[in-house]
Ligand binder design. Structure first.
Ligand code: NAD
Length: 420
């Protein structure tokens, strides 16, 4: 593939896809990995994460051929556009990539670059693990009970972007259609209205839920919980739940059992290597993650519910400076922290790079580099539990040692070298 303004590094090799749908690929010893540092604090956390991930790759006998790609502010300087083809093509071609946050100005005219990237490359599953690292301050008394992974559908629901602005001809046409042709004639109040459409397809729901179940099986998790508001939105959220149970019943044999079957046929006794699929209503789920934290493992959600629930989970284990994420498609992964570009702190070498570093852990795990992933996780935990932390955690830890972003990354690298 030809690139306009960026070079493919000479020393690395691309990840080779064996079977795209089956998510099978081969990772060379020195893969080419596109990295996008991002806007705002991306200029701080991007290089810090790069340094740490490279150290872990080297410590486990591998290397990474980084390929810098650009979007947002840096792309506007280089290419005069927000999301250049070079960037999309590099992520498409090299399959596994990592990015920092990108700024989306509110109401300033351009669409979220994150949403554009996810849609262009069909990254249909946004995965957000929430687990507690020793030493991270938390607002709850037993944060170690939190160990959940949210699989959030990335392409549909109200985020599909099908909505009409108040005062336009289009929104009035939709109102007329809904009232006159669909028979909801007293449902929408008169006067200005904005209307959105929430599509939930069988295709979109099932592929996300399959991914969550596969993950649970591969990682020895006990359960997958389908989160929905199907009591009210029966034909969208309720249907998501029903399709989820269909996948569980029809596609996995004895490996997967539904909660009903567990009680009706097995008196609640779960076989050791089976995954139980259950469901919870979204508002109840927001309570359950607080009150019955250790009973949940993997959550499969539509887009909006997943956003709320993963943030609520994240708050229990240290918040935005810590929370990692990654987007997955068929044989592709784009790791990215949950947090945004926090422009107020940009370029100050101050914020916490842990979220982006731990996003790299998800990427390594996906690449089959489990030992490197574990090494990064252990080194971050060692650094934080020895109270060497950035400002966000330091102010909550008595006797904490306040480090700059770059100093924290160096401390993690030292721990990687000692633990390897
Ligand atoms: P934000 O996550 O950027 O920041 C909110 C606050 O969280 C910050 O002020 C800071 O106090 C804290 N914070 C965030 N990251 C931190 C870190 N690494 N270390 C320590 N503290 C941290 O959210 P926002 O202010 O709502 O959004 C700013 C911009 O980022 C917007 O343009 C938004 O659209 C964009 N955004 C991008 C992404 C993404 O690229 N995936 C995600 C969310 C928001």
């Amino acid at each position: 593939m030809e690139f306009d303004k960026i070079d493919v590094p000479d020393e690395g090799e691309p990840i080779e896809v064996i079977d795209e749908e089956a998510d099978e690929f081969e990772v060379p010893e020195t893969p080419i990995i596109p990295i996008l540092h991002g806007d705002g604090i991306g200029t701080d956390v991007g290089p810090a994460a790069q340094q740490v991930l490279e150290a872990a790759a080297n410590a486990t006998g591998r290397d990474i051929a980084w390929m810098r790609v650009y979007a947002g502010e840096t792309a506007r300087e280089m290419y005069d556009e927000n999301l250049p083809d070079d960037t999309v093509n590099a992520i498409e071609e090299f399959r596994v990539a990592i990015k920092g946050p990108l700024t989306t100005p509110v109401g300033a005219g351009f669409r979220s670059l994150n949403v554009a990237l996810r849609q262009k490359l069909d990254f249909y599953a946004n995965v957000r693990p929430t687990y507690h690292l020793d030493g991270v301050p938390s607002p709850v008394s037993e944060p170690e009970q939190m160990d959940m992974v949210t699989f959030r559908e990335n392409t549909e629901d109200v985020y599909a972007g099908i909505e009409w602005e108040e005062g336009t001809d289009e929104v009035e046409q939709v109102r007329e259609f809904v009232e006159d042709e669909m028979g909801f004639d007293e449902t929408i109040h008169s006067g200005p209205v904005g209307i959105g459409v929430k599509p939930i397809t069988e295709y979109g729901s099932k592929r996300l839920i399959r991914r969550a179940i596969d993950y649970a099986l591969e990682h020895d998790r006990d359960s997958v919980t389908l989160v929905h508001k199907g009591n009210i939105m029966k034909f969208t959220e309720g249907q998501f739940r029903d399709w989820g149970y269909e996948v569980a019943r029809e596609e996995y044999g004895d490996e997967v059992i539904t909660e009903d079957t567990l009680w009706e046929e097995r008196d609640g006794q779960q076989p050791d290597d089976a995954v139980v699929v259950n469901d919870r209503i979204a508002d109840n789920m927001l309570q359950q993650v607080l009150t019955r934290t250790d009973e949940y493992d993997v959550l499969a959600t539509m887009n909006l519910n997943g956003d709320y629930i993963s943030d609520a989970c994240g708050a229990q284990i240290g918040g935005l400076g810590i929370a990692p994420g990654a987007n997955f498609g068929d044989a592709r992964c784009l790791a990215e922290p949950v947090h945004g570009s926090a422009p107020k702190y940009a370029g100050q070498d101050k914020v916490n790079p842990t979220a982006m570093i731990l996003s790299g852990v998800l990427m390594f795990d996906y690449m089959g580099w489990g030992d490197a992933a574990q090494l990064v996780k252990d080194a971050v935990e060692e650094t934080i539990s020895s109270k060497q932390v950035t400002y966000d955690l330091e102010r909550q830890i008595e006797g904490g040692d306040k480090l700059a972003t770059s100093e924290f990354a160096e401390a993690v690298v030292e721990n990687i070298e000692q633990l390897a």
